[in-house]
Design a protein around this ligand. Structure first.
Ligand SMILES: NC(=O)c1ccc[n+]([C@@H]2O[C@H](COP(=O)([O-])OP(=O)(O)OC[C@H]3O[C@@H](n4cnc5c(N)ncnc54)[C@H](OP(=O)(O)O)[C@@H]3O)[C@@H](O)[C@H]2O)c1
Length: 293
């Protein structure tokens, strides 16, 4: 197996690199610009812009991957809403370029997707449930999914996940758990929504599942998240309890008070039966991971 990782400077990308090194799997990590992951050896790193066809072709010719895990994307949901063209280019056009290169090279293509392909009216979503995205970001990921599903004879997997958290080297953005821990520690006044429900996903568990899918040469859609769905307020409350930090300055609020550009699905969360039975996926609870953050 020879794995090409896109977005290796990102949270999931860094966890993939760490696990591939431990497993001794041959890999090439790639991202935009220089390698910001101190744990990724320079000989395993190449700059590759996912929107640049020539750079992609060069990396394929040199490294000859058997599997691609495509984590790089425009991941800020509100930025996607405000810059739909950039979102289209990063989340859809890049997938078309990479998937076609995979098809030509007989290589498995794995796309990271999102719970935001659903409208959040039901929760506990299964892989077969009908998508109905509410945001430009959700639409872009669904469009990318549909493109690769329609490419005849492409070996592919789609891994949908939900608010991913963890720590990494020089990450370009924070995540809910890291942010809440720091804000609670500084005793900041916080208004936290209690009308959106999610299953927070530890990046290490997600990376394990992504690699497992490739090792088993599984195809199709997999829902991979943390094991419990809870409100955003409950996430913060459980973080405070675990670290024995005060909730005195934390107020409950509702989504409508935030006036964010992108509409979010009220209740997502995944049914994990397929990932558990096919991959042996066994994600940790929020509390089990907090001492690693
Ligand atoms: N994080 C979540 O809560 C969440 C939830 C559902 C689904 N997902 C999906 O899971 C995947 C991984 O998420 P993540 O949290 O690891 O994302 P992330 O930390 O934002 O990492 C994405 C990486 O892509 C890189 N990138 C951006 N544009 C690029 C380009 N043109 N060429 C090459 N690399 C580029 C970014 O570079 P810079 O570091 O330089 O910005 C960043 O390192 C994404 O596809 C995301 O849509 C994430």
């Amino acid at each position: 197996m020879r794995m090409l990782i896109t977005g290796s400077n990102g949270l999931l990308g860094q966890k993939l690199v760490a696990q591939l090194l431990l497993k001794g799997i041959d890999f090439m990590a790639s991202s935009l610009g220089v390698n910001r992951n101190n744990d990724c050896p320079e000989e395993n790193y190449r700059t590759m812009d996912i929107c640049n066809r020539d750079e992609i072709a060069e990396v394929f010719n040199e490294f000859k991957p058997t599997h691609v895990i495509h984590t790089a994307a425009m991941t800020n949901v509100d930025a996607c809403e405000l810059n739909p063209q950039e979102c289209q280019s990063l989340n859809v056009d890049s997938v078309q370029l990479l998937a076609n290169q995979c098809l030509a090279s007989n290589c498995h293509f794995q796309l990271l997707s999102t719970d935001f392909v659903f409208d959040g009216s039901k929760g506990n979503y299964q892989e077969e449930d009908a998508p109905n995205p509410l945001s430009i970001y959700g639409h872009s990921k669904l469009q990318a999914e549909e493109y690769i599903k329609d490419l005849p004879s492409l070996q592919f997997s789609i891994v949908r996940t939900i608010i991913v958290y963890g720590t990494g080297n020089q990450l370009s953005r924070s995540n809910i758990v890291k942010w809440a821990k720091e804000a609670l520690h500084e005793a900041k006044e916080l208004s936290i929504i209690d009308d959106q429900f999610r299953a927070p996903t530890w990046a290490d568990d997600l990376a394990w599942a992504c690699i497992r899918i490739c090792e088993l040469n599984e195809n199709g859609i997999f829902h991979v998240s943390g094991p419990e769905t809870m409100s955003i307020y409950e996430i913060v409350e459980r973080i405070a309890k675990h670290y024995q930090l005060s909730m005195d300055k934390v107020k409950r609020t509702t989504s409508s008070s935030l006036s964010q550009p992108a509409v979010r699905p009220p209740r997502t969360g995944f049914n994990l039966s397929k990932a558990k039975s096919r991959l042996g996926y066994n994600p940790k609870t929020l509390e089990e991971t907090l001492d690693f953050i």
